[in-house]
Design a protein around this ligand. Structure first.
Ligand code: ZN
Length: 417
């Protein structure tokens, strides 16, 4: 099992007991009025990051996941995504060392592949009869693909407002997609299937939420390891991720912790939550000890449009003296266009919340111009191009004459010949 030791509650440290269910959160903390996820604990003292070792995808780091040595990993080439220096956007934002970890290059075009790969491997290890998930898209598409590769049935519960493209993706990978009337409905039925049928959950289904499968969140540790290597053997000063239930933020934080425990880095990066509705930001502002519910909604960043975050997300921010900044839909669509047109990365709307949070912190003087900062770009804009098109000029139709071309360039794009 590599360096894996045990599972404990993030909040109170209670070890996962025989009668505890890892997918239901800690009962002691629930009694105390806070829903907290469990987390895996490793002893990496004296451990080294492996070089190329013949393992596929994120499994180069398999000793840092809770999988048995005799289990074949389920991989379709996830991870090893580029870390790109954003020269032009960085200049605009006043940051000379701004990087994007471009997770749009994963097999199903989002960072969720790292988590879902591990869910599929865990399901294979535990001989689960099926995998189930509640998702608005990326998570479900990724899980469907990895369940297919593992030859395990996958049942996805989703909601009506998810774009058709997302539903198509989930179905084409072979998942059985069910649309439930409300978010709570999908959690209710999913929970029943997990408890009664022994299906392995790939997402959370608790209310208030706790986050996803605590074993599989470790797949995100690979982002921290890769970024450390890609920066030439150091951690950034700030690491921003778009957040809803904060699996990614927490998983990256865990990977950075491993690097610190192994002696590779002396300090953790400050973790930054890029939000839509601002639940972490409000929790920090009130100095609350548990997630605070906020008002708010989003039309464009629907995949992270939660108004209530998780304890695990707060933990990652608290333990690193981190920050959270929220952004409006207008700021999101503007940044999506800026990132694509300046740097050639077409990201999902919600994905640019990380960049927006960094830009705000730079303007406030929290981030210094030379600080090394990394923004996680979680998924591709190809998920919802119809929304993007609404914010772009309609391509003009022209006759093949220089006069027409000149006029159309000027009128539609403001470009003068
Ligand atoms: Zn607890």
């Amino acid at each position: 099992m590599g360096y894996f030791q045990e599972v404990r509650c993030i909040r109170c440290g209670r070890p996962l007991g025989e009668n505890d269910r890892y997918y239901e959160g800690c009962p002691d903390c629930h009694q105390a009025g806070v829903n907290s996820n469990w987390t895996t604990v490793y002893d990496v003292t004296g451990a080294k990051l492996p070089g190329q070792n013949g393992e596929p995808g994120i499994y180069r780091f398999r000793d840092f996941y809770p999988i048995a040595p005799d289990v074949a990993p389920v991989s379709i080439g996830e991870g090893n995504t580029p870390l790109l220096k954003l020269e032009r956007l960085g200049r605009e934002m006043g940051l000379s060392n701004l990087y994007a970890k471009d997770e749009t290059r994963n097999p199903t075009l989002s960072f969720k592949d790292r988590l879902c790969s591990l869910v599929a491997t865990m399901a294979r290890q535990q001989k689960a009869p099926a995998i189930t998930i509640s998702s608005t898209g990326n998570h479900g598409a990724a899980m469907a693909a990895y369940a297919a590769a593992a030859e395990i049935p996958c049942i996805v519960f989703t909601v009506p407002y998810v774009p058709d493209c997302m539903k198509t993706l989930m179905q084409v990978y072979g998942a059985y997609v069910m649309v439930c009337p409300t978010a709570q409905d999908r959690w209710t039925i999913m929970g029943q299937c997990v408890r009664e049928l022994g299906w392995m959950p790939a997402s959370g289904f608790q209310s208030p939420p706790i986050g996803s499968n605590c074993y599989a969140i470790d797949g995100y540790k690979s982002i921290a390891f890769e970024v450390y290597e890609q920066l030439g053997g150091e951690a950034p000063a700030f690491f921003a991720a778009p957040t809803a239930y904060c699996d990614g933020l927490y998983g990256i934080y865990k990977g950075m912790n491993d690097l610190k425990d192994m002696g590779y880095i002396s300090a953790l990066p400050r973790m930054v939550a890029g939000e839509s509705c601002g639940t972490i930001e409000e929790t920090l502002r009130r100095n609350a000890k548990a997630p605070v519910n906020v008002e708010g909604s989003t039309q464009v960043a629907f995949s992270v449009g939660t108004t209530l975050t998780t304890f695990q997300g707060l933990e990652a921010v608290w333990k690193t003296d981190g920050y959270a900044r929220s952004s409006t839909d207008e700021e999101v669509v503007a940044m999506q266009k800026r990132l694509a047109s300046r740097e050639g990365i077409y990201a999902e709307n919600s994905s640019v919340l990380s960049l927006l949070a960094l830009e705000k912190l730079a303007k406030e003087g929290v981030i210094k111009p030379d600080d090394k900062v990394v923004a996680l770009i979680t998924s591709t804009g190809m998920r919802d191009p119809e929304t993007t098109a609404q914010y772009l000029p309609k391509p003009p139709v022209i006759q093949p004459t220089m006069a027409d071309l000149r006029a159309a360039l000027k009128n539609s794009y403001g470009y003068s010949l």
